[in-house]
Design a protein around this ligand. Structure first.
Ligand SMILES: *Cc1c(COP(=O)(O)O)cnc(C)c1O
Length: 427
């Protein structure tokens, strides 16, 4: 006879089992429907991606790689992982893909493990200039376990200081050189980094966590052919599940695979792997190329609108999906602005700007971007409205009546732009 557990909870829905968590999920759905989500690392994963992630693949253990596993019962998992890797290899034009890193940070950690020993010299862009924690910043394992040398941007135009990159590289001869950023609004010049890395014998790592969707969609130059190793998240502009990937030349395949497993991780998250495969299929379509181009067109339009509204933009504008505004001239701290904007239904994040005199937890800037808005189908006309609303809020961050009115205007506009997977909340 089949054993039953307490009230047969194993068969009950989330709502029945855990009404508390269920209500938080519903409230988050409502928030993601009603607000302009402009944090540049965020997006809306399509329902097909979510379905793959939430499938029974979650239940399977599969340490190892396709065809070389330590557990039985891998027919479907091997097929799924092979599809994910093959699709990425074709899409990006690389020799090898590893889709097992749990996220962007573990992907970078695996690269350190593959090519460097504790104490070795590595190089990356400093956090205050827009680099990521994992590129050698001192509070991260990458800055604690390695001798991390950090380059930055120039004071005069806030663009990457390639003279400094070349000088530091020659002086310190790093084993690994990271390029790519988390708060940099301009095109990354991969050939220039490659030349410097080649001169000093460093392995160049292009971390395209933010821009992998733009690269896949042909809207940002590709690092392929310049960087021997490419790391990325899969959930930012790439619009897949929360995850990570490493793409590399054939010569680095063995070192990368060994570093991810058994070097750093145990069993891969197979639901995520399936979600990455689905996202890679979607990113290979003409529609996705249109999406990537629209993300950039929207960011340009928004930047123009913000400049007209009196904002001071780091580097004067944007080439990609991201905008960094310096609010010093407006006399409003980034945090005050971000909180007022959130009350107005416009979600951004406060952020340091290069050479910021203020503290990281209370900085001068605001970081925002267009990937999620573009996934809802908003276009240039809507960006003009968003820019105008932002200017109003930042000019009067304590005018709660006007802020509430803007929040209502935002909700009304968004009724015509249902978010992927949240169509049931519209209308
Ligand atoms: C987001 C990001 C990461 C880290 O990704 P997580 O998935 O948050 O660990 C790494 N590098 C860059 C440049 C990023 O922007």
């Amino acid at each position: 006879m089949r054993l039953l557990y307490a009230a047969d909870m194993t068969l009950a829905s989330l709502e029945q089992v855990d009404p508390e968590i269920h209500s938080h999920v519903l409230a988050e759905e409502r928030r993601e429907h009603e607000k302009l989500r402009m944090i540049p690392s965020e997006n809306y994963a399509p329902p097909a991606v979510m379905a793959a992630c939430g499938s029974v693949l979650n239940n399977k253990y599969s340490e190892g790689y396709a065809g070389r596993r330590y557990y039985e019962g891998q027919a479907e998992i091997d097929a799924v992982e092979r599809l994910a890797c093959e699709r990425l290899e074709t899409l990006f034009g690389v020799d090898h893909a590893n889709v097992q890193p749990y996220s962007g940070s573990p992907a970078n950690l695996a690269v350190y493990l593959a090519f460097a020993k504790p104490g070795d010299t590595v190089m990356g862009m400093g956090l205050p200039s827009g680099g990521h924690l994992t590129h050698g910043w001192k509070v991260s394992i990458s800055g604690k376990f390695f001798n991390a040398v950090q380059y930055g941007v120039k004071r005069e135009d806030q663009r990457i200081d390639f003279d400094q990159v070349a000088t530091l590289a020659r002086e310190h001869r790093p084993k690994l050189m990271f390029c790519g950023a988390t708060a940099y609004p301009r095109t990354i010049d991969f050939p220039r980094f490659a030349e410097i890395a080649r001169d000093v014998g460093a392995v160049l790592v292009a971390d395209i966590a933010h821009i992998s969707g733009l690269v896949a969609g042909g809207a940002h130059p590709s690092p392929v052919g310049h960087a021997g190793v490419i790391t990325s998240t899969t959930h930012k502009t790439f619009r897949g599940p929360r995850g990570g990937m490493i793409l590399c030349d054939a010569e680095h395949k063995k070192a990368i695979d060994r570093a991810v497993f058994p070097g750093l991780q145990g069993g891969p998250h197979n639901g995520t792997t399936a979600g990455i495969a689905v996202a890679a299929k979607l990113a290979s379509t003409e529609d996705f190329r249109t999406y990537a181009a629209a993300v950039i067109a929207n960011a340009r339009a928004l930047a123009e609108s913000l400049l007209e509204g009196g904002f001071d933009l780091v580097t004067g504008g944007t080439d990609n999906h991201l905008i960094l505004a310096d609010l010093t001239a407006q006399g409003v701290p980034g945090k005050v602005a971000a909180q007022a904007l959130d009350r107005a239904g416009i979600v951004t994040n406060y952020n340091s700007v290069p050479f910021d005199p203020r503290k990281p937890f209370d900085p001068s800037g605001l970081r925002l971007g267009t990937p999620a808005l573009t996934s809802r189908g908003l276009g240039v006309a809507e960006m003009k409205r968003v820019g105008a609303w932002m200017a109003e809020v930042v000019a009067a961050p304590e005018d709660e009546a006007r802020i509430a009115a803007i929040a209502a205007e935002v909700r009304e506009m968004l009724e015509d732009f249902p978010a992927p997977g949240l169509e049931h909340l519209a209308g």
